[in-house]
Design a protein around this ligand. Structure first.
Ligand code: R5P
Length: 295
């Protein structure tokens, strides 16, 4: 594997423990202003230092992520359909490699829709994207998107993940399911698990734990973090499972402790800035210490 490709993958899947915590904020590309992600800048700012990488579209990266960050960007480069359109599976590549390089992307991400009307188009697009991206040492993360009509069982997900890996995807993102070990074992490249729709915090921690126990390298979680009432406490708890090998009880205990501390400190220090808008003129101290990522 070429140095650049390996180096970029290492920035996403940490070589110390072969684990990854990706924060997904790319939902707007087909969902528009998703609940609690209406203002991506506000959502991303407090969470950026706790994720290993951010999955994002170019529009949100340019408008809502500080260019001073050292968090690697996993850039979504596919799209073309929206939730109210005819068929969500009709996606194409919408971002050029040149623009991805300008954006200093650490990886490119796109969806494939195995078993859907546009299976052929999306799978061929993946193959072509890998060929192009490898010229520049850019890894490709393939997302096995699931339409309404497709199941999320191990049989289907094994097929979809394997199809992605066979086209040359360097990382595959998929959904967790029963017998997930089967999906992992038959996929020759690392698998990362999407969080899926919002569920109670303890259940999302259980999903994280189960996914890793079954062999996933980590999670690419969105809604279960930023749709939580306590996104920072939640990402820290998820992180404790991914990077500190905590079990679900330990991580949930941590979550509750952090939530308790959060509400105590809110009571102690009533906010001076009533509108709760970040001060654009002041450096954001929470993301200033670049090398200070928690373990
Ligand atoms: C789908 O829109 C995106 O690929 C998301 O990045 C993915 O579904 C992960 O986000 P969530 O944890 O909210 O499912």
């Amino acid at each position: 594997m070429d140095w650049g490709l390996q180096n970029r993958i290492s920035s996403i899947i940490k070589p110390q423990n072969n684990r990854a915590l990706m924060l997904a904020v790319d939902h707007g590309y087909f969902l528009g202003p998703t609940e609690k992600l209406e203002n991506p800048k506000k959502v991303i700012a407090p969470l950026l230092r706790y994720c290993d990488s951010l999955m994002v579209t170019r529009g949100v990266q340019r408008s809502s992520v500080p260019a001073t960050t050292d968090t690697p960007m996993v850039l979504r480069v596919s799209g073309g359909s929206s939730i109210i359109g005819e068929d969500l599976s009709q996606e194409d590549i919408t971002v050029s490699i040149e623009d991805a390089i300008r954006l200093n992307a650490s990886a490119l991400a796109m969806s494939i829709f195995v078993g859907s009307k546009y299976e052929y188009q999306t799978v061929v697009n993946l193959g072509k994207l890998v060929s192009e991206a490898e010229k520049y040492g850019l890894p490709v993360l393939a997302v096995t998107a699931v339409g309404k009509e497709l199941g999320k069982d191990a049989r289907y997900l094994s097929l979809a993940c394997r199809v992605a890996a066979e086209q040359g995807a360097h990382i595959v993102k998929t959904y967790y399911c029963d017998n997930f070990e089967k999906v992992v074992q038959s996929c020759p490249v690392p698998i990362i698990v999407a969080g899926g729709k919002k569920i109670p915090e303890r259940d999302a921690l259980q999903l994280t734990f189960n996914a890793i126990k079954s062999g996933a390298v980590g999670v690419d979680m969105g809604r279960n973090i930023w749709q939580s009432e306590h996104p920072v406490s939640m990402i820290k708890a998820v992180r404790a499972i991914v990077h500190s090998n905590q079990n679900v009880d330990q991580a949930f205990k941590l979550y509750k402790k952090l939530v308790g501390e959060e509400s105590k400190s809110k009571k102690r220090k009533p906010s001076k800035n009533k509108s709760n808008k970040p001060n654009q003129n002041k450096p954001n101290t929470s993301t200033k210490n670049k090398s200070n990522k928690p373990n």
